[in-house]
Design a protein around this ligand. Structure first.
Ligand SMILES: [Zn+2]
Length: 313
């Protein structure tokens, strides 16, 4: 009997030891593409970032955050995807946001590998549309201080460029947002110098089939882009949602990175209503990669319906 007990203990020790020996490596370059009307949409993963939802979300009890996360088998910090989206139209190659590049240390900067894996070169990109000028959206513009997309015209809402490219606005933001100024100035600098930045205001046709929809709150000039082809539409909504599990259930929940939390909540509810009512595709910067899907109503909130995987779209 004694001998059997020792054998069992030995077996347990061996199995624990071999379990800790299994090294789980990282993923490969992340891209996912699909057809939408006559366009090709490619999600590009720049990286993932541990996101302290319980510290950063506002207008919600911490225990409620924990219970919503727990119900989705998650816990804070949640790994948040950093997605960008490439839209190939019949005559243009348009990148919506650029990821964090080097500005999130080792968490970001994988977009170039994803782009190459998808079969494109940086010089192929004709236009870059920025949803806003935070670091995890502009950081990928440059590499070693020079333009990573040498032929691209960068389109940005004037309300955002006026704000983040002017250090005089620094006293207007909480401490957590201060690094966004240098991030925007450094990343856009070479494009400004080369005359590759154009600004727009309000709702307007940026390119054939792509319309800007101002959605202020997260930043003063935060912008959605509505991509239309045939009778299909894709809403690239930037930072409308940071933690889908919590903010789709409770759309009034904002985040400390929102410049104006109340306005951000208003924009979020508008996006969720419209995307649901009109059946839009959504391209979300921080919903789990590839961040492409639809929305449907669920109780008092909403539910994310991820794109159905298709190997040969
Ligand atoms: Zn972001």
């Amino acid at each position: 009997m004694m001998r059997a007990w020792w054998l069992l203990a030995f077996a347990v020790i061996v199995s624990v030891a071999s379990a800790t020996d299994v090294r789980v490596g990282p993923q490969g370059p992340g891209f996912y593409r699909m057809r939408m009307g006559g366009d090709e949409i490619t999600a590009l993963l720049d990286g993932t970032h541990p996101f302290p939802a319980d510290e950063l979300l506002t207008h919600i009890e911490r225990s409620k955050i924990d219970s919503l996360l727990h119900a989705d088998y998650l816990a804070s910090p949640v790994q948040g995807s950093i997605n960008a989206f490439l839209v190939k139209t019949p005559d243009r190659l348009v990148l919506i946001d650029t990821g964090a590049g080097p500005l999130y240390a080792g968490d970001g900067g994988f977009l170039p590998a994803a782009l190459a894996a998808a079969g494109y070169r940086p010089e192929d990109v004709t236009d870059i549309l920025l949803t806003h000028l935070h670091r995890d959206h502009v950081g990928g513009l440059i590499r070693n201080g020079t333009m990573f997309f040498p032929n691209a015209i960068v389109h940005v809402n004037k309300a955002d460029s006026d704000f983040w490219l002017d250090p005089a606005n620094e006293p207007k933001v909480p401490k957590i947002l201060l690094p966004m100024f240098a991030g925007a100035m450094d990343s856009l600098g070479p494009y400004l110098k080369a005359g590759h930045v154009v600004t727009f205001s309000g709702e307007t046709d940026i390119l054939p089939g792509i319309r800007s929809l101002p959605a202020p709150g997260h930043t003063p000039g935060h912008t959605w882009y509505l991509v239309s082809s045939g009778d299909e539409h894709l809403l690239a909504w930037g930072d409308t949602v940071h933690v889908a599990t919590v903010q789709l259930a409770e759309p009034g929940v904002s985040i400390r990175y929102d410049y104006d939390e109340a306005a951000a909540a208003t924009s979020r509810k508008r996006a969720l209503d419209e995307a649901t009512a009109k059946g839009y595709w959504v391209a979300a910067a921080h919903v789990s990669f590839p961040g492409l899907g639809h929305l449907k109503r669920a109780g008092d909130g909403y539910q994310w319906v991820p794109v159905n995987y298709d190997r040969t779209p």
